[in-house]
Write a new protein. Structure first.
Length: 331
């Protein structure tokens, strides 16, 4: 297989995965109260307002599988685009208008009130994706010093844990320390995971533990040196993405095309699962290397769809072109 730097997203995506596309034709609206007899995601915490499909809704056929390499929907960094949202109602609604709702499944039996998702549901999933991508950036760039507040080692028993906290959408070392001070993570790790701590918007989890009575992924410890950050952080990231994908991606064999070729697709059941498929592809080195947008007023890190792409969006490219023209006119 050629190096990832030499392969455009379109060449990778074909025969790998597709996703069902469910975007309400009439768009979405925020409502203060949950519509009566509406269907919501199983894991929705249920704190409104609620983003609902405008009624009546006209959805694509339930069996419509969309090739993610199609021009109008080509965005291998969709997971990063999602994580860049501020979490306000306007930005979330704009994202849903183009890509759909996070938990909308193809086989839902909708109630009389249609389908709706709460703002708290979107913000929870946003926070989680922000934490994971921010941690991955530190791993990807080999920044051991910056990883140290979030990857904690203890000697007896030998144990390594992850503490992640957000402040204004970014990893917060002070919040991570507050989690360390507030929680005592002890093996065995078959106990319930610590609840999400709203104050620090954080999570804490044991990655590996060598206690003799109840070892937990203790074999991993042999691969790491004490104090190392990248290995445990990457192990945590892979485990978390796998957890998000489990039970949400199904294999589908397509009918033969005009040339008789049959495709094998792996189809996520929701937009949220699709986002984690993209993240999994990035973790596996099957996308182009992330790069910084060249627009001076942006500089976001994005996953390019081709080796020629230098701006994260067409808007950034247009702004940068206009800026260059102004500078040229001014001499």
């Amino acid at each position: 297989m050629a190096k990832s730097e030499e392969i455009a997203f379109k060449g990778i995506a074909q025969a790998m995965f597709a996703r069902s596309l469910y975007v309400a034709k009439d768009g979405y609206a925020w409502v203060a109260k949950r519509p009566e007899e509406s269907t919501i995601p199983d894991t929705d915490p249920g704190e409104g307002p609620w983003l609902r499909e405008r009624l009546p809704t006209f959805m694509p056929p339930e069996n419509a599988i969309r090739d993610p390499s199609s021009r109008d929907r080509q965005n291998p960094g969709l997971h990063r685009l999602f994580a860049s949202l501020d979490g306000n109602e306007t930005g979330i609604r704009a994202f849903a208008k183009k890509w759909g709702q996070l938990g909308r499944k193809s086989d839902l039996e909708l109630g009389a009130g249609g389908y709706a998702e709460s703002l708290s549901y979107w913000r929870r999933e946003l926070d989680h994706m922000k934490r994971l991508i921010a941690l991955w950036e530190l791993v990807r760039t080999r920044n051991e010093e910056a990883l140290s507040p979030y990857v904690r080692w203890t000697p007896q028993p030998r144990q390594v844990s992850i503490y992640l906290a957000l402040r204004e959408g970014k990893l917060d070392p002070d919040g991570a320390q507050a989690l360390v001070n507030s929680l005592q993570l002890v093996c065995p790790s078959d106990q319930p995971r610590p609840p999400l701590l709203a104050r620090w918007r954080g999570i804490a989890e044991i990655v590996a533990c060598g206690v003799e009575e109840h070892p937990y992924d203790a074999n991993l410890l042999a691969d790491w040196t004490d104090g190392e950050g990248r290995g445990p952080a990457r192990s945590f990231l892979h485990a978390e993405v796998n957890r998000q994908l489990k039970g949400h991606v199904d294999p589908v064999i397509t009918l033969p095309d005009k040339e008789g070729a049959v495709g094998l697709w792996f189809v996520p059941d929701t937009l949220l699962a699709s986002l984690y498929v993209f993240f999994a592809l990035e973790l596996g080195g099957q996308l182009l290397e992330p790069r910084e947008c060249l627009a001076e007023d942006c500089r976001k890190v994005f996953v390019p769809a081709s080796t020629k792409q230098r701006y994260c969006t067409s808007m950034c490219r247009v702004r940068a072109d206009a800026h260059r023209r102004r500078q040229k006119m001014q001499g």
